[in-house]
Design a protein around this ligand. Structure first.
Ligand SMILES: Nc1ncnc2c1ncn2[C@@H]1O[C@H](COP(=O)(O)OP(=O)(O)OP(=O)(O)O)[C@@H](O)[C@H]1O
Ligand SMILES: [Mg+2]
Length: 289
């Protein structure tokens, strides 16, 4: 949804908070046709030319058989057919401090747009990962980003229905959202901003999609997601941090954004295991529109 700040932040936090197992290596693919932010946030080296969205998109056009080796072999033996291709996606990812693997988009919208269009035509490389979280930015109906949503298992739509214009666009997108749902994709809403409407009211204008989360304003959590260390200054935040870290020194969940993202990641993880129509590729993608 246009003007809904926080898509990349939420997608990053969801990927980082995904419940991990030895077989699960979540990867965040920044498939935003308007250009990426993560490389700038994390000062990623643009010289790593074989990494990133453009390289992933080019590779997706000529899908070579992926060699099953190492961990991939173990996964295959465990009957997890999608695992080797996960490795292929990971090949284009960089690991950022904290351990998250990210396929960053170029900042240039022309380059990013071309790469997203290529991926939308050849989504196979994205499709077989164990956990691939996709940031499609503003998924305008008819765009390549929106086309990518058709290949997802779970879609989170981030919107700010407290703004009149936003609510109108959400209502206008209802048929598209309903058709994605009719295709067997799980969709839910994440509400941002200070929305005065109840979950039921918001749901009504958005094809009756459930409200999965309300994303709080959290400048400390948002800074962490950008890779900046910003200690809490507000008394309320300092108190929450102190109480939480007394129980678990490593816990980051005192930050409201991180807590909300973790709940969403757990919900999506549950959906990937139950209830979702079984897909050949067994992948989970979360497009945050
Ligand atoms: N929950 C939040 N609380 C406070 N600040 C936030 C929150 N989410 C994101 N931000 C901040 O808002 C700005 C925009 O966030 P982000 O880049 O995630 O939005 P976006 O919707 O992806 O924007 P773009 O259209 O540029 O892709 C960033 O500086 C980010 O740190
Ligand atoms: Mg973004």
């Amino acid at each position: 949804m246009s003007g809904a700040p926080g898509v990349t932040s939420l997608a990053t936090a969801v990927a980082a908070c995904w419940p991990s197992t030895p077989l699960t290596v979540p990867v965040l693919v920044e498939a935003d046709a308007s250009g990426g932010d993560i490389a700038a946030w994390r000062s990623l080296d643009s010289d790593e030319s074989h990494k990133g969205l453009v390289s992933l998109a080019v590779a997706s056009r000529t899908p070579a058989p992926v060699r099953v080796s190492g961990a991939g072999e173990a996964w295959a033996q465990a009957g997890l057919v999608g695992a080797p291709v996960t490795e292929a996606v990971l090949r284009y990812a960089v690991e950022v401090p904290g351990g998250l693997r990210v396929v960053p988009a170029p900042a240039d919208p022309l380059e990013a747009g071309r790469a997203v269009a290529m991926l939308a035509h050849n989504p196979a490389l994205l499709g077989s990962g164990r956990v691939t979280v996709l940031d499609v930015g503003r998924a305008v109906p008819g765009s390549a980003g929106a086309a990518l949503l058709r290949h997802a298992d779970v879609v989170i739509v981030l919107a700010d229905p407290g703004q009149v214009g936003h609510a109108a666009r959400l209502r206008a997108c209802a048929p598209v959202l309903a058709s994605l749902r009719d295709d067997g994709i799980r969709l839910g809403l994440a509400i941002t901003g200070s929305c005065p409407h109840s979950d039921g009211e918001v749901s009504q204008i958005a094809a009756n999609l459930p409200v999965w989360a309300r994303i709080p304003h959290d400048s400390v959590g948002a800074a962490l997601v950008r890779g900046e260390h910003r200690p809490p200054t507000r008394l309320r935040d300092r108190w929450a941090a102190w109480r939480s870290q007394r129980r678990d020194p490593d816990s980051l969940e005192w930050m409201p954004l991180i807590k909300a993202a973790k709940s969403l990641a757990e919900l999506c993880d549950d959906f990937s295991g139950i209830g979702v129509a079984v897909r050949e590729r067994g992948a989970v993608e979360v497009g945050v529109a």
